[in-house]
Design a protein around this ligand. Structure first.
Ligand SMILES: C[S@@+](CC[C@H](N)C(=O)[O-])C[C@H]1O[C@@H](n2cnc3c(N)ncnc32)[C@H](O)[C@@H]1O
Ligand code: SF4
Length: 346
């Protein structure tokens, strides 16, 4: 935040913006509001997860203060994630409170990524709080497979949630993790179902995060193979719909809908990366694929003013790496990173 620093950048009204050493503007913050979840997806968690003690979690007020500090530094998009964000007690208090930044014009978008299990309960409230679009994770439309993949989830509950969200006027994007031998024959059906309901769909490659009790190489299905198979069936037109993230999109001419491919194991998205992630304990990760992190909870709790917090954020953004270090192959049986996806929320 030093006006003489070459990396310092200010907006029209003198707001100090976050720019990393590679000149990338940090405008997107993803916040994991809990590490807990009502599912135990096989690629994300082990069945017997040890969750954090409640005292380690940021309170809803602290989460609000942290998010608001980033908004004051130029973040324009906030995504709440988890764990499952909608199982955090009092989550709507946080959502409603953060929506003031939408009303003030300081935030372009407030959104969330959810497994959909609690949507029937919260859809109307989310819409009323100014949320327009959400991502719902769904890997299969087969109830038995759904139970196998999520270990604890019910497909019907999620489909009811999706119905409720659409009825409330929320726009939905479906996220599907591509799993070898599990849903690989189901993509045409998932695409036609999602596009038939006006929802775009994004396929995600499995990332090597955290021990889950399952082998990654057994789950890993390269999206290049899926794309080639889909191209035999549909006309895919590349479109220039960039989000600053790892997704690349095609339009499927037959359905009119968009299909995204998230290939985190390639490096083709790092140069445009505009995002950082905060865990529910206030740890800031500058890259999903690196261990380096900064503790924001201590400066947040150390004083009521945001000076220490802003210094910690500046130092951390100054260390944002150029790219990630993911690898899945037979020589690397262990996860590339020890932490689970439920810590940083994807
Ligand atoms: C960690 S979840 C958190 C939000 C919410 N519980 C949900 O499932 O949407 C966010 C996204 O990460 C994806 N995910 C979890 N573990 C993953 C892994 N190892 N590789 C790729 N994607 C993963 C999930 O499928 C989901 O779409
Ligand atoms: S992917 Fe989402 S729903 Fe599945 S276990 Fe992880 S946090 Fe829970």
């Amino acid at each position: 935040m030093n006006k003489n620093d070459p990396f310092s950048k200010f907006d029209g009204v003198g707001k100090p913006l976050l720019v990393d050493p590679f000149g990338r503007d940090i405008t997107y913050l993803r916040v994991s509001v809990t590490d807990r979840c009502d599912f135990r997806c096989v690629y994300c968690m082990s069945e017997n997860m040890n969750f954090l003690p409640k005292a380690d979690l940021l309170s809803l007020e602290e989460l609000d203060r942290l998010c608001s500090a980033f908004v004051a530094r130029g973040v324009r998009k906030l995504r709440l994630t988890g764990g499952e964000p909608l199982v955090r007690r009092g989550i709507m208090t946080l959502v409603s409170s953060l929506s003031r930044h939408l009303e003030a014009g300081d935030l372009d978008e407030l959104t969330l990524t959810t497994n959909g299990s609690q949507l029937a309960k919260y859809a109307a409230e989310l819409k009323a709080a100014g949320i327009k679009r959400i991502n719902v994770s769904l890997d299969t439309l087969d109830p038995d497979k759904f139970r196998t993949v999520t270990r604890w989830g019910s497909l019907k509950q999620v489909l009811d949630g999706i119905d409720a969200a659409q009825a409330a006027g929320l726009k939905i994007k479906i996220n599907t993790v591509a799993l070898k031998g599990v849903n690989e024959d189901e993509f045409p059906q998932l695409i036609e179902w999602a596009h038939g309901r006006g929802m775009d769909l994004t396929l995600i490659e499995v990332m090597p995060l955290g021990e889950t009790g399952e082998g990654r190489i057994d789950q890993y299905l390269p999206l290049s193979i899926i794309r080639a198979r889909l191209a035999e069936r549909y006309s895919l037109t590349d479109i220039d719909h960039r989000t600053g993230g790892p997704a690349r999109y095609v339009r499927i001419d037959e359905t009119g809908g968009l299909l995204g491919f998230i290939t985190p194991l390639t490096h083709n998205f790092c140069e445009s990366c505009n995002r950082v992630r905060v865990t529910c304990t206030g740890t800031l990760y500058m890259c999903l694929g690196q261990e380096d992190a900064a503790d924001l909870r201590r400066p947040l709790r150390a004083s009521e003013s945001n000076e220490l917090l802003n210094t910690a954020i500046d130092e951390a953004i100054g260390r944002k790496p150029k790219g990630h270090d993911f690898i899945i192959d037979r020589r690397h049986k262990r996860p590339a990173l020890a932490r689970h996806m439920s810590m940083t929320g994807g």
